[in-house]
Design a protein around this ligand. Structure first.
Ligand code: DAK
Length: 256
């Protein structure tokens, strides 16, 4: 059985599913390799305009595989170079939607935070419990979480390791929306289909500027925005979008 399954459920949409139910989708090396490979391929595939990342009903992912690192030393952890496997997800130029049911803990919460939009089921739980097993987040949990929810909410989660409900996550801005558990995937796929119908170059520029701009001083970030905005006027899709509006017809975007 593949631990990462890639499907094409809708036009322009890829679905990446973590499939290790016996371990609550814990992220072992095989899962991480699978995710890295999937995101590398999907980033290059012109047919794919939006990606949904999900797990199963019980778990999005319960974190890094504790059994695979319990006896590792510092040098061994360094030599595993796990961050290289997260990089293709972080650098994915296409919109990524995390569809989260069940546990999104530790590396699972960090994985969800690599997405651009998070749709959570009412029963989902988010947390950074690494402290409870003697470590700390290692895939962006101290940084992406703090940027998403602010220092005081982040510290509470990081220092207690206590999970929070989807509603709490929603209230603190850690998720985009909460829906009934049974509607998570459908909601995410419909959203992905909508985004896949948008001009892909504009989507790509929006993602790049939002992410890069968040870490830059405001003036530099505004300049990034200005330049990306101007660049889109050299795309066929900009002409198509505006002409279609004026001609009162649906635009057909080509990604050029
Ligand atoms: N690792 C390994 N196995 C896990 C696991 C995990 N994170 N989570 C669950 N499992 C396994 C359990 O061991 C159990 O296996 P068997 O005993 O059947 O062999 C099976 O999945 C079912 O789990 P439970 O029996 O515990 O199921 P429950 O429904 O009762 O509880 C739970 C589900 C998710 C609440 C519980 O399993 C749990 O608390 N899991 C651990 C959650 C956790 O502490 N997560 C944080 C792990 S540390 C790095 C980047 C990031 C990280 C590390 C390095 N680098 C870039 C280097 C991240 C670190 C972490 O995420």
């Amino acid at each position: 059985m593949e631990v990462v399954v890639v499907e094409r459920p809708r036009e322009g949409v890829a679905l990446v599913r973590i499939n290790r139910p016996e371990a609550r989708n814990a992220l072992n090396g095989e899962v991480r390799q699978g995710l890295a490979g999937a995101f590398t391929d999907l980033a290059r595939d012109p047919e794919v305009r939006a990606i949904v990342l999900t797990g199963n009903e019980e778990a999005f992912a319960a974190g890094a595989d504790i059994k695979a690192m319990a006896e590792a030393g510092a040098v061994e952890m360094m030599l595993r170079e796990a961050h290289r496997l997260w990089a293709p997800i972080a650098a994915c130029p296409k919109p990524v939607i995390a569809a989260v049911n069940g546990y999104a803990l530790g590396g699972g919460c960090e994985l969800a935070m690599h997405a651009d939009i998070i749709i959570a089921g009412e029963g989902a739980q988010f947390g950074q419990p690494e402290i409870r097993v003697g470590i700390m987040p290692g895939a962006g949990g101290t940084q992406r979480l703090t940027r998403a929810v602010g220092k005081f909410k982040a510290m509470m989660m990081l220092l207690t390791g206590k999970p929070i409900s989807a509603r709490e996550a929603d209230a603190m801005g850690l998720v985009s929306s909460v829906v009934p558990d049974g509607e998570v995937l459908e909601t995410a796929l419909t959203l992905a289909e909508t985004i896949a119908g948008m001009p892909p170059l504009a989507a790509r520029q929006i993602k790049e500027v939002v992410l890069a701009g968040a870490d830059a001083p405001l003036e530099a970030a505004l300049m990034l925005e200005r330049k990306a905005f101007q660049l889109l006027f050299d795309s066929e899709d900009q002409k198509e979008g505006m002409r279609a509006f004026i001609e009162k017809r649906r635009p057909a975007y080509q990604g050029r």
